[in-house]
Each structure stands twice: as structure tokens, then as C-alpha cells.
Write a protein that binds this ligand. Structure first.
Ligand SMILES: C[S@@+](CC[C@H](N)C(=O)[O-])C[C@H]1O[C@@H](n2cnc3c(N)ncnc32)[C@H](O)[C@@H]1O
Length: 288
């Protein structure tokens, strides 16, 4: 079978995907180990038997809604490729805004904050992107999932920055509480599991539940984080939090913060589609 014919068959089999052409091209270029842009010029060349079987196998998995990123083992985020597998969330373009807001704030603070701490790093795509953009900044990335941290460490190693970035396993701020000096004056950033159960579609079922859903309710994750911060003495508190949020729960989230950290300042920013997406919380030192 020629490459041109394989592309046509793939697209037809993926007609129910939201992006049949792109998916087919990405899967075929992965199988042939060539750039997607070269497929057209090579369209008259043939696939060998092994390539054809592998291509059709991947197409069939995609038909069952497997994310393309898991099938090819990587995903682009903020201009770089990251290794992904079923233990980590597939990085989302929406989270690039969190990277940009963090870079912005660090620059505005002239790097006067202590650490930048990412809670729930998954593949490490956000922390690693920040490390490249802010090489002078001390960054710690944590996750409750040790299998996710394995992938994050692998990505940092692939980019040869594993000695600059610190990865710590644990729940929320708990592993950092023993090192209070790292929390003091830090920036805490996160895009936590924030979907509502009603938002889990069949296309999301391959990603780790712990990355998508907060079992105890969609605001529980934030509630625990704010309560941990409220429990710190004012001098040990972070300077600010930058959080990616679910637009559907943004108003209740602002009310929740104001209840737990009454003196903080809250700023909500929209994403490019006009949805409330980023919440920046500035903490006053005398917040009780
Ligand atoms: C929505 S994913 C984001 C992953 C990554 N930052 C990204 O953008 O691809 C949320 C991450 O938080 C982690 N997580 C969930 N609950 C946690 C907790 N209590 N403490 C630390 N990490 C947690 C999950 O394992 C998952 O990797």
C-alpha cells in the first residue's frame, strides 16, 4: 500500500475523530519515522508489511478514543516535546497560559521570590518550560503520583536539566512543610484536577483519574491547599499562588479563598476563548 492510500484509509477510519486528517498524518509519520510535512512528497512510496500492520493497529486504537499523544508517546507543549504515557495527563494548550503568567510575575518581581513550586507536575511540562524561560529561578515540582514523577524526571533528563530541577513526591504542600524555608516568599503554581464528573467524556477515560477529578468534590483540592497555607505562620507563607481553574467553578472558588484567606487579593484572567482560566492570589503577610 502507498503512503497516499494509507492516508486516505486512515482518514476514513477516523471520520468520527475531531481531527481525522491530523491524527492520521501524525500516526503515519510516527510509524514511518519521518516529518509529517514529508508525507505528501512521499505519497507514492510504499509501506512495508510491518509498517502497515503497526499503522492500522494505531488507527484502530485511535478509533477507540486513545489519545494520539499516548499512541506516539509524546506531546508538544510550549514549543518542546515531552514524553507522555498513561500515568500522566496529556499536556493541554490551555496550560501554556499558566506558564506565561508565571514568567510574567517572576519578571515583575525581578526574581525576588524564593522558589517557584509547582504542585502536581505530571509530565513536568510546566516546570521544565519554566526552567528554560527562567534559568535563574529555583524550581521545585511535586506530584502525589510517583509514576508521574518518573516521567517528569525522564523529561528533565532528556532536556539535561535534571540537576537544576527538584522533584518531590507527596500530597499538596505536605512534603514541603518540613522545609518551610522553601515555602516562605515562594510562588506556588498548579493546574490541579478540576473537572466535574459530568465533564468526563469518553475521550478522557484513558487519562489518570487523579489528574482529572478531585474525588471529594471539584473544589476540595483548592480548599486543602488554601487551608495548608492558612495554617502557616505569616512569615512562612508563599508570596502568591497562580492557579489554572475550571471556568465553571471560578466564582465559588473566589468565595472559598476569601473565606479561608480573607486578606488576600484575587485576580481572575480569561483565556483566549474568553473563559475565566487563571487565578492569581496575592497573600498579604499579615493574613490570618
Ligand atoms: C491536571 S494534572 C496536571 C499535570 C501537569 N501539570 C500538566 O499540565 O500536564 C494534575 C496533576 O496533579 C497531581 N495531583 C493530584 N492530586 C494531588 C495532590 N493531592 N498532591 C500533589 N499532586 C496531586 C496528579 O497526579 C496530576 O499529575
Amino acid at each position: 500500500m502507498t503512503i497516499g492510500r494509507a492516508l486516505k484509509i486512515g482518514q476514513r477510519l477516523l471520520i468520527n475523530s475531531t481531527s481525522p486528517i491530523l491524527d492520521t498524518e501524525v500516526l503515519l509519520s510516527y510509524v514511518l519515522d519521518c516529518a509529517r510535512t514529508n508525507l505528501i512528497t512521499k505519497s507514492k512510496l510504499g509501506l512495508n508489511y510491518r509498517q502497515l500492520v503497526k499503522f492500522l493497529y494505531l488507527i484502530l486504537k485511535r478509533r477507540l478514543n486513545w489519545p494520539v499523544a499516548y499512541l506516539v508517546g509524546c506531546k508538544e507543549f510550549y514549543g518542546r516535546n515531552f514524553v507522555v504515557n498513561k500515568d500522566v495527563l496529556v499536556p493541554r494548550p490551555a496550560s501554556e497560559l499558566l506558564v506565561e503568567e508565571t514568567i510574567d510575575l517572576v519578571k515583575r518581581l525581578a526574581n525576588q521570590q524564593n522558589y517557584v513550586i509547582e504542585i502536581g507536575t505530571g509530565s513536568g511540562c510546566i516546570a521544565i518550560s519554566l526552567m528554560f524561560a527562567l534559568p535563574q529561578t529555583k524550581i521545585i515540582a511535586t506530584d502525589i503520583s510517583s509514576s508521574a514523577l518518573k516521567i517528569a524526571r525522564l523529561n528533565a533528563k532528556n532536556y539535561k536539566i535534571n540537576h537544576q530541577l527538584e522533584f518531590i513526591a507527596g500530597d499538596m504542600l505536605t512534603p514541603l512543610l518540613e522545609h518551610k524555608n522553601c515555602l516562605m516568599d515562594s510562588l506556588i503554581i498548579a493546574n490541579p484536577p478540576y473537572l466535574l464528573p459530568s465533564e468526563i467524556t469518553k475521550t478522557l477515560r484513558f487519562e489518570p483519574k487523579i489528574a482529572l477529578l478531585d474525588g471529594a468534590g471539584s473544589l476540595n483540592w483548592y480548599k486543602k491547599l488554601f487551608s495548608q497555607i492558612a495554617g502557616l505562620t505569616p512569615t512562612n507563607r508563599p508570596r502568591a499562588l497562580i492557579l489554572e481553574i475550571n471556568p465553571l467553578t471560578s466564582d465559588s472558588l473566589v468565595t472559598l479563598i476569601k473565606n479561608i484567606l480573607p486578606l488576600c487579593q484575587v485576580d481572575v484572567k480569561n483565556d483566549l476563548s474568553g473563559f475565566k482560566r487563571i487565578l492569581t492570589v496575592s497573600l498579604a503577610k499579615n493574613n490570618e
